[in-house]
Design a protein around this ligand. Sequence first.
Ligand code: UD1
Ligand code: M6R
Length: 702
Amino acid sequence: MCGIFGYVNYLVEKNRGEILSTLLEGLKRLEYRGYDSSGLAIDGDKPNEVFIEKAVGKVKELEKLVNSQNLDTSKVFESHSAIAHTRWATHGAPSPLNAHPHRSDPTHEFVIVHNGIVTNFRELKALLMSKGFVFETETDTECIAKLCKYVYELNKHRNLDFSQLAKLVLVELQGAYGLLIKSVHYPGEVIATRKGSPLLIGVKTDKKLKMDFVDVEFPDITVEAVSTTDTLPNPSLLQVANNGLLNPLMGSDLRHSQSRAFMSEDGVPMPAEFFIASDASSVVEHTKKVLFLEDDDIAHIYDGELHIHRVRRQDGQSTTRSIQTLEMELNEIMKGNYDHFMQKEIFEQPESVINTMRGRIDFDTKTVTLGGLSAYIQTIRRSRRIIMVACGTSYHSCLATRTIIEELTEIPIVVELASDFLDRRSPVFRDDTCVFVSQSGETADSMLALQYCNERGALTVGIVNTVGSSISRQTHCGVHINAGPEIGVASTKAYTSQYIALVMMALALSDDSISKTARRHEIIDGLAKISSQIKTVLQLDDKIKQMVTSELVSQKSLLLLGRGYQFATALEGALKIKEISYMHSEGVLAGELKHGVLALVDEDLPIIVLATKDSLFPKVVSSVEQVIARKGNPILICNEGEHPVSRPADKSLRTLEVPATVDCLQGVLNVIPLQLMSYWLAVLNGHNVDYPRNLAKSVTVE
Ligand code: UD1
Ligand code: M6R
């Protein structure tokens, strides 16, 4: 996810080298959020000059670039504003050009860093292009920088201050943003504003602040519409006109207010430093005094003061923002309220699955549009077979969805472990479609398999979480699963998002088939409910923790039984358990029980059976009975009220009940209790949950 860091010093002498290292360190603190490129903007050597540096890859690449520029690092700035950013690509691939800061024009009059998405950027871009602006990137952000310059030029005669200009720009933006603006027209100043995207400001002063809050400033007088009304096409402007929102000049004595918090006893300006960031991780090492902006706050930092403006006053809204003292340590900040990244990521799944579907499924018309595949759908439909290639958890998401892809597309599907596929030098033909599923997009085995398939002329498709990763770039087309960065080595939210992305692929490939319509609609209806059902499953957390504490934590081995759709769930659950709890665990196809595994079953071996209702349910019930007949005492993952064994003697059977969904989606819900179980097994055994021994998040070696 993108990260913002800004630094403003006022009457605190800093040389350029120090400013640069503050920025680079700030960005490094945001690295954990995941990103693919980064950039920064600082003042140049002459007045009205701004240097922008941007690089793809880790922050150290940006650092190398900055070091190679021979900038005069000894140049001292008594007052200076700087902005920086780590980008996780959404609009446009990762590249130096698409990285932030973005600029209004070649002389960098306005530079911007932005988190979020400007949803009306196409309209704004069209307008600005018609006014002669030349766009150089594929991003939505660039239009904000250009809009600043446009609005500035239009209102030049009015001598606007920076916050007034910002208000005029912001009313035009739709969507979400955390935003920093820097301008040669307002040296040493920064605008920091947010809507739906977090932003906070750390304050560092030698003297104690007079107040522990900052007043919110509202326009005193509301008058006619802004002057851009007739030129911008956005309907919001009309609203502005009707509401008579603001006229930046009216009655405003420029900078008439002084911030009470920053006023010094003797009236002499107070030296101050400000650290602006999208999360506290990059601020706490500098200061614990922070102010969290609220949506639509426009923070204006200048002359060592922090002012908060809003466009309009609303009833019941607080007129101050408190400056709080953050007691949190760095690690706590990054993990939010969770103890581990894995736990955070498990609990993020109600949102991450929505992000996977966002903008792709229309639940009203029951249609699925995958922008990344649309040009290739016909080619895939005509392919002789689909080969799905992946490793580990990603391989399990292929197994979990193979049946539904096959059923909907009627194309034969082969699922391959990347290393084995390569070892066998498996034949691949030009009319094959090869689908590579990977969270990181960098797994060496999957990458080599991809190159192998590309060389043989097959169509290659990526299902990848990391935009700009090698697999994403080297496949012909694909789908980004948009689950957000996954930091815990054990893959959790990526699995459920891959699963849903693959189901969406099957839906998109089969939307020309009338005979499949009812089935497709059933699945789309199921997807509409999946996020709230995941929330329900997550409520099992306490029960699972208890179960693990009372009977699983000191076991040596654990069997997971499943069949049909749930075989993949059993394998994935077993992998999670092995990986972080170091307990031996095996996913077994329930139908194979009697062919050998049954010999292991006794009253001591813990067994979990995936026994949710689908067409194979009667067969699963029979496996449960075989286990019970050997004195086994399985834990059943079953649907609410659908206990597979109802005889009184079996009342002692323990269950974890999950909501029912369409058969092919049930695995999304069933895997979650197993993720939680592996999590608690690891925690209660005292293992390092996020960084299990011997494993890496991204396996870039063969
Ligand atoms: C794209 C944008 C998204 C925007 C949406 C609406 C990107 C990364 N995504 O999403 O921000 O909201 O349009 O217009 O810019 N690809 C591969 N291999 C892969 C994964 C993807 O080649 O493994 C390609 C796709 O074929 C596509 C591009 O990358 O050309 C973006 O894929 P994806 O993000 O899935 O596309 P959209 O959902 O359309
Ligand atoms: O990044 P990828 O999805 O390509 O990674 C594949 C496997 O290394 C990965 O899924 C691994 O099995 C996980 N750590 C399991 O939790």
